[in-house]
Ligand binder design. Structure first.
Ligand SMILES: NC(=O)c1ccc[n+]([C@@H]2O[C@H](COP(=O)([O-])OP(=O)(O)OC[C@H]3O[C@@H](n4cnc5c(N)ncnc54)[C@H](OP(=O)(O)O)[C@@H]3O)[C@@H](O)[C@H]2O)c1
Length: 496
């Protein structure tokens, strides 16, 4: 965990499989450069690219420089780049080719800035290749010693409960659980990490954070983008697997968990698992009351006409893959029984916005019953995760003037002070990997319990292939998503 933890620098050789791909180019290289810029890399740190193109160190470095110049624009700094580039080397190899792994072994034994026993293997490749790489690394002995060698795997981890278990079994043949770092970049976001500080470092929050005071919780991750270039992947996966099973469920666990006894990886993850295990299974007969899916149709995004999902390049014209999903989850424990958690995510929605919104109950006192205040709005706490992270509290105050009228005051707190740089989630997470801190990574039982929650929905939808609701691009999703609410007064909150 980054909070209150002693900062130590660990020498490390960091190997990127899939170094020429989209993730490595857009996220990993800029994040590693920023760690260099922040002085967080020890002198002995090597970045080894493993890829199949017929390149050598010089071609790789030309690619790295062009990538960084492109993403950093005028923030690109020659001197920092010079320091960064001295750590970089390239190993040519196919993921399935044992000879490539021998060359990798050789490079690891004489890397650019010095040998180190702390090895990270980052799998920025398709999940179906994770098992092959684990096996090939083991074949050349790169999975040992088990304490120091780590495997970082990207989402999605499986496509349902069964496939996640199979994948896990394959990885566990060669790597122990504590060596496997399953990444969910939402856990590296500063405001997500701030959620724990907000809940557990502020005495006034904790007493209210339960079923006695909270009416319901909404977690929204809204995207403006459509499927863009990812149709080949997305059309097979959909919003439930791509977003809700991982990012939104992780936000739910952090919002709902009990305080862990210590800020240690396993203590924190134990509490998250308890939340997931307490989620009431969704029975088949009540599925429509708990889960809703839809797909974007053509519409207008900020004055621009955009095509519907089925018209996007690479999407099957009769696809019923959901681009919008909403779910109601009930957590049957002492803290949350009876408090619905509404989760919602979608593409081509009206605004790019992620937030956790907590709606409080009405005060029990009927003091204002005969006054104009009878229908007072409830209090809310809204934690905005993006854009522009902030926290705001909505409370009533008397409106100045004659008569008893109130107005809702919004107490806004920007999260970042002037001049404080936003840290990309990958930057924080890569530093954690280098230090071997697994707090912000997902343990397999978390993955497994999250799949258990969504599996019945996936199975049900897999059989209902002839119809899907639609919503115009640029809207907040279909009206029909309101059917999930327990009570008539509940409604989606769209502003953060
Ligand atoms: N892109 C994102 O923003 C994003 C976000 C979240 C999670 N992820 C996850 O991250 C992983 C990578 O995604 P991506 O978007 O970066 O994919 P990508 O752009 O398709 O990149 C895949 C990489 O794997 C390499 N590769 C494929 N087959 C290979 C082989 N047989 N031997 C050697 N290298 C091989 C490709 O090399 P070539 O360049 O030579 O083809 C490329 O570098 C996936 O698990 C994805 O689900 C990605």
């Amino acid at each position: 965990m980054t909070v209150n933890q002693e900062e130590r620098l660990y020498p490390c050789s960091f190997v990127i499989f899939g170094a020429t791909g989209h993730l490595a180019t857009t996220k990993l290289l800029p994040a590693l450069y920023h760690l260099e810029q922040a002085g967080r890399l020890p002198a002995v740190t090597n970045f080894i690219a493993y890829a199949r193109r017929e390149w050598d160190d010089a071609t790789w470095l030309a690619h790295v420089e062009a990538t960084l110049r492109g993403s950093l624009a005028d923030k690109f700094d020659r001197e920092i780049y010079g320091r960064f580039a001295r750590r970089c080397s390239y190993v040519r190899g196919d993921l399935h080719d044992t000879e490539g792994y021998r060359r990798l072994l050789e490079e690891i034994s004489k890397p650019k800035t010095g040998v180190c026993s702390n090895l990270v293997f980052y799998l920025a490749i398709k999940p179906s290749d994770f098992g092959t790489v684990a096996e090939q690394l083991a074949a050349v002995g790169l999975n040992r010693p088990r304490g120091l060698h780590r495997l970082v795997v990207e989402k999605p981890f499986g496509e349902d409960l069964e496939s996640a278990r199979v994948l896990n079994e394959v990885l566990h043949r060669h790597f122990d659980e504590h060596q496997i770092f399953r990444i969910d970049h939402y856990l590296g976001k500063e405001t997500v990490q701030n959620l724990l500080v907000f809940r557990f470092a502020n005495l006034m929050v904790e007493p209210l954070w339960n079923r006695n005071y909270i009416d319901h919780v909404q977690i929204t991750v809204a995207e403006c983008a459509g499927v863009e270039t990812r149709a080949g992947y997305y059309d097979q996966v959909g919003a439930l697997r791509d977003m809700l099973q991982n990012h939104l469920m992780q936000l739910l666990t952090l919002a709902a968990m009990e305080p862990p006894p210590a800020l240690e990886a396993d203590a924190l993850r134990d509490e998250k698992v308890k939340v997931l295990r307490s989620i009431r299974p969704i029975p088949r007969r009540a599925l429509h009351a708990h889960a809703f899916r839809a797909q974007y149709a053509a519409g207008n995004m900020g004055g621009r006409q955009v095509p519907g999902y089925q018209q996007e390049a690479g999407v099957e014209p009769d696809s019923v893959t959901e681009t919008f999903v909403a779910a109601k989850l009930l957590i049957d424990n002492w803290r949350w029984r009876g408090v619905p958690f509404y989760l919602r995510t979608g593409k081509r929605l009206a605004r790019q916005q992620s937030m956790i919104a907590i709606r409080f109950k009405h005060p029990p006192q009927q003091l204002f019953q005969e006054t104009p205040l009878e229908n007072m709005d409830p209090n809310w706490i809204v934690l905005r995760l993006q854009p522009a992270e902030s926290m705001h509290l909505e409370i009533h105050a008397r409106q100045p003037g004659l008569g008893l009228h109130t107005r809702m005051i919004q107490m806004n707190a920007g999260y970042r002070g002037d001049g404080e740089r936003a840290i990309d989630a990958y930057e924080a997470l890569l530093l954690d990997v280098i230090r071997g801190d697994a707090t912000n990574f997902i343990r397999f039982d978390e993955v497994e319990w999250a799949w258990r929650v969504v599996d019945p929905v996936l199975k049900f939808w897999a059989q209902e292939r002839d119809f899907i609701h639609t919503y115009p691009a640029g809207s907040w999703g279909p009206e029909e998503a309101n059917r999930l609410f327990e009570w008539e007064y509940q409604a989606w909150r769209n502003d953060a």
